[in-house]
Design a protein around this ligand. Sequence first.
Ligand code: HEC
Ligand SMILES: [Cu+2]
Length: 405
Amino acid sequence: MKRLLVRLAWFLNGLVVLLVSPLVYASREYNMTKGVTEISGQVYELHMLIFYICCAIAFVVFGVMFYSILRHRKSKGAVAAHFHESTKVEILWTIIPIIILIAMAIPATKTLIAMEDTTQSDLTIKITGSQWKWHYSYFGEDVEFFSLLATSDKEIEGIEVKGAHYLLEVDKPLVLPVDRKVRFLMTSDDVIHSWWVPAFAVKKDTIPGFINEAWTKIDQPGVYRGQCAELCGRAHGFMPIVVHAMEEDDFDAWLTEQKALALAEQQAAKDALDASLSLEELTALGQEVYKTRCAVCHQVSGEGIPGAFPAIKGSPVALGDVDAHIDIIVYGRGGTAMQAFDNQLTEKEIAAVVTYQRNAWGNDTGDLVQAADVNAYKAKQAGGGQAVDQQGSSDEAQNKAKEQL
Ligand code: HEC
Ligand SMILES: [Cu+2]
């Protein structure tokens, strides 16, 4: 009889394992992936190790449980033992879990320490989160750009069929080299965001006023996608991350090209100061800027979201003094979601979006604002004609600070 019971207990336990194993097999599809970095491989191994330890514990505990239930059931006339406190058992059930926990903590700590070791990196990139986009800046390279969601409104509103990378595509991906250690410095302009790319096993909060560090070294070229993993407001789900990992040569070529582009952009910004655009040209560009940069909050209709984002249609700012209108876009409004667009948009783009807002949705002011007006306003704010010089020297100071890092 006893042997039969033991067999039955094993049978039940085996049944559980049998039921679970096809699930485990199927779960490959759902399981954590190995990723494409050494660290992500380690994280995967760690995850599997802990998982198997959990399975082993479950096997033993359920085994004893099933056995006891069957062996000592009431119908067999089992009588419960009456005793209090068993020092032996208490020591055992303290010591065994402690040993198991320590055994798990050792490999986990090793991996965590490796993840935190940002020394000896070949390249440093500053990542800044803001509502709702990422800003990437390659230290010491004079290359920086914003990376915005590229999924069209029509897909989001269900008017068009959703693409394969719905809400996981951006206008300008972060470009990284393979086989080089890349250090990330992460911070935020407004609320807490979190930069997360599962394939690299990198997930780090970006916190205003703090700088967090992380690093990666990618093994294979490819396109890797991630998201902001911190609930950061209304469009939290609309700030994806896309990384293009390139062969080292390709990356170097890309970086050189970006530097040339940055120079060309600076030249274009200078030229824009002399240019005088027509109302059509300004509103066309302004509408584009508005749709991509402002409409998340102020809405395409210009009506905003009552209680959260003010309407631009009929807004006293958009109908009132031009300088005040330029001011709020250039410098933002501290403590609100209205961020400073000074370093996000060119003066031409700011001029265009001001003009657009002053002439769209029945805001018929007829005002034309040119890049030179924005430049002049900024110069005035910075304290007269020396504004440009000051800007230049503070840039120099920043570059020096970067070099020292
Ligand atoms: C993340 C959300 C957000 C984005 C993006 C945004 N704004 Fe705003 N904007 C606000 C908020 C919030 C206010 C109200 C600020 C306050 O409380 O004074 C505001 C106020 C304004 C106002 C003043 C309106 C009024 O009547 O007080 C103007 C003009 C404006 N924004 C222009 C823009 C432009 C142009 C862009 C794009 C380049 C833009 N905003 C992008 C959130 C946003
Ligand atoms: Cu975010």
